[in-house]
Design a protein around this ligand. Sequence first.
Ligand code: HEC
Ligand code: HEC
Ligand code: HEC
Ligand code: HEC
Length: 306
Amino acid sequence: MSSLKRVFSAVALLAMVGLFGGMSASAAPVNLGEAKCDNCHKSEDAVWKKTKHATSFKEIHRKPAVKDIIAAAGGDANMRRNAVCTTCHYTMVSATPGAAPTAGSGTSCEGCHGPSSDWLAIHNNDKMPKAERVEKTVAAGMIRPEMLYDIAQNCLGCHELARPGIAPETFAKMIDAGHPAGTDFELVSWLEGSVRHRFYPPDVTQNKEMTDAEKSRMFIIGHTGALVRATEATGKVKNAKYEETLKKVDAGARAALDAIKGQVPEAAAVLAQPTDDNARKLVAAIANKDLTPQVGKLLPPKTAFK
Ligand code: HEC
Ligand code: HEC
Ligand code: HEC
Ligand code: HEC
């Protein structure tokens, strides 16, 4: 299973739980909602509440384009209940596993760190040694901060638009009806602005920007993930605007990888064959490298942070 399918199978199963709302307990992990995190993560929560992911909840369904987009996609006329819209615009929260999920907020903690019903108790078990806790939470579906490729794929699964579980024809129609045609998503600029929450030790009061070395790696990881996805999506969504977005994604990613392929042979392999396996090999190969000499000039300036 590709990593993307792995990340999204949980979401697809969630959607099924929604469809068969009355069904008894399902094995699929579910979102418990941001309120389960905020007691222990006050700083992260304060950042999140100011992001578009959070503020969108109160306003997006009122946008004039929504009616036409829903007509194109089909399904429930209420955006918060429409199975296509809820896949990306909301974190669907179940009060208890098996209960029909409802739109609890915009994209919240679990939209990025994974539905927590199977991992929260392990996460909160401070008697368990850290290494064991890390292994078990990942096995239970947690997307942790160091899983940079999975993080990138997860952002792109909403921002680059085409994703497993939603028919390509549906996207084509939605775009014609006025939905943005996906994004030429560059990870550093999208992660380092409003979304950034990096209260890492030793000083947990500081929301630290990435160092240049970290940015240079994140830049490559974001472009690598985007290239893999764009390659998968190309030719599937029959829409000229969307094909244009994919072309931009492809060109940006190739420029980034070209800059390092002399030093990092795994980058050349991704350029030749943009697959998930090759991408993960590249990400592993650059784990401790400072690529600033190669990509420093390509990094976005602070003014480009969103
Ligand atoms: C009972 C307190 C508590 C709750 C509830 C809690 N966390 Fe945490 N979380 C922590 C602590 C403590 C750490 C630091 C862990 C460490 O260093 O071992 C942490 C660390 C993290 C990390 C960084 C990776 C790691 O494990 O060090 C992420 C991501 C995270 N939490 C997400 C969440 C999300 C999402 C929720 C809600 C679904 C949540 N947490 C709920 C206490 C909590
Ligand atoms: C694959 C994920 C995905 C799906 C499915 C999706 N959207 Fe979106 N939508 C996005 C993203 C990401 C943005 C923001 C685009 C950007 O910032 O470039 C967006 C933006 C929008 C906007 C413009 C928001 C603004 O601030 O002007 C509207 C309106 C919208 N979506 C409506 C819908 C409706 C209605 C549905 C369901 C029929 C839907 N979307 C389904 C990902 C999705
Ligand atoms: C848009 C996606 C996204 C959302 C929403 C999100 N996170 Fe994160 N989170 C990340 C990413 C990406 C990182 C890794 C950042 C890095 O290391 O550069 C991270 C890192 C963390 C960390 C470790 C860094 C730190 O501040 O200690 C914690 C804890 C955490 N997130 C908790 C949360 C909680 C709690 C929420 C909800 C209030 C949340 N996150 C919402 C993407 C997200
Ligand atoms: C579950 C889907 C989803 C995921 C995952 C997701 N986003 Fe988003 N994001 C959205 C949607 C939808 C919007 C637009 C909301 C609107 O316009 O009202 C958005 C908006 C944003 C914005 C605001 C852009 C602006 O123009 O103000 C930023 C920045 C952003 N996302 C960054 C990220 C990053 C970085 C990640 C991964 C760490 C990520 N997102 C993961 C769905 C998602």
